[in-house]
Design a binder for this molecule. Structure first.
Ligand SMILES: [Zn+2]
Length: 299
């Protein structure tokens, strides 16, 4: 499956045009095509380049492995994933509550709406945005959540939300800087933007290299590290105020990576454990991390 690819000439974070190949890896899920990740020589940001066009990227999502959009419970990895997910949902809401007493939340990339359904049960006013129509329909019909296509982002009024959450979504966003400008506009002055993304400076990323599941080429367009996140948001007058670990992700990502390299699930579990052991609140090297982001004062 070779679709037309777009070559990105400039770094989306610093605008630098000195880009060097960092790694070449396979799309393990759908096409088995190979894609490159480049690194910016000026700010060290890593991103997929070239990338499929926005209207063809959907072809790379159609996979049973893409569990976050489906109700499938086949296989041990998926079963574990579903159990852990319900615990994770509670922790996510707790984090949102900790940072905001007012209860208007927008979840971008809400999938089937499980997180928002839980928020709604705790009296949050919820809105979800989701590009995948079948996931959106489940959100609306089964979870009774208001869910709209992604372009609704630009129809939202300024200063509307206390919390905007994006759980493993920012790495998929095509118009990165334009969309961040819009998140900033629709977020209230004392509001909080909560962004979870994989971290390619983690021990498990280092260990698995081209088989690291969270590279997820080509659908992950960006491969953020903590400094990239800080720079990206400070470019927009926003500030990372807290970085938190997502410890389950080290296990999940390591087990899937192990599957890609033909290894066994127990090594995956062990490597997930080792990754968490190597990470701490100072080095911010967890497999996936949550960035709590606020408006910079006076910007
Ligand atoms: Zn750069």
């Amino acid at each position: 499956m070779k679709h037309q690819l777009i070559n990105i000439e400039k770094c989306p974070i610093c605008g630098g045009d000195s880009l060097e190949k960092f790694l070449e890896a396979e799309d393990h899920n759908v096409s088995h095509d190979r894609f490159n990740i480049v690194e910016c020589n000026d700010c060290s940001f890593r991103f997929t380049n070239p990338i499929p066009t926005e209207d063809t990227i959907g072809n790379y999502y159609k996979s049973e492995n893409y569990v976050s959009h489906s109700g499938t419970k086949k296989g041990l990895i998926n079963r574990v994933y579903h159990v852990v997910r319900s615990r994770a949902i509670k922790q996510k809401e707790k984090l949102a509550s900790k940072h905001s007493t007012a209860k208007n939340i927008l979840d971008i990339g809400c999938g089937t709406g499980d997180f928002l359904a839980y928020c709604k049960s705790l009296n949050w006013n919820t809105l979800g945005l989701e590009p995948d129509q079948s996931a959106r329909n489940i959100a609306i019909e089964s979870n009774l959540i208001e869910a709209k296509p992604l372009n609704h982002l630009y129809a939202v009024e300024e200063n509307t939300f206390d919390v905007i959450s994006m759980w493993h979504v920012l790495e998929h966003v095509y118009n990165l800087n334009e969309d961040i400008k819009q998140y900033k506009k629709i977020l209230k002055q004392d509001g909080v933007l909560i962004v979870a993304v994989p971290n390619c400076s983690s021990k498990d990323a280092e260990h698995y290299g081209t088989n690291w599941a969270a590279y997820d080429l080509p659908i992950h367009l960006y491969h953020f590290r903590p400094n990239n996140m800080k720079k990206l948001f400070s470019n927009h007058g926003m500030e990372v105020v807290e970085i938190l670990p997502m410890k389950y992700d080290a296990y999940y990502i390591s087990m899937v990576s192990e599957k890609y390299k033909g290894g066994n699930i127990f090594s995956g579990f062990f490597n997930g454990f080792k990754s968490n052991l190597a990470a701490n609140a100072k080095n911010n090297k967890y497999s996936s991390q949550i960035y709590v982001i606020k408006h910079q004062k006076g910007v």
